[in-house]
Design a protein around this ligand. Structure first.
Ligand SMILES: [Zn+2]
Length: 68
């Protein structure tokens, strides 16, 4: 299993699946928000603080995580 990796190739953003948008459910209401991980670009941003983004997202979702 030696697949060549391209370090310069941008990775699709996992949390938003490359859509650049996430659906957050606040109080049972769905809100479409810009993905904090990729800032809406749909691609993982190198050096982007995902933990900080996650904290911001969790604050927005009031602790309710929609994990499939
Ligand atoms: Zn994203």
């Amino acid at each position: 299993m030696t697949e060549p990796t391209e370090p310069t190739a941008p990775q699709p953003c996992s949390p938003c699946r490359g859509t650049g948008r996430l659906v957050s459910k606040i109080g049972g209401t769905e809100h479409e928000v810009t993905c904090p991980w990729c800032d809406g670009g749909g691609l993982t941003i190198a050096g982007h603080d995902a933990q900080e983004a996650g904290a911001a997202l969790r604050a927005a979702t009031s602790g309710s995580t929609a994990d499939e």
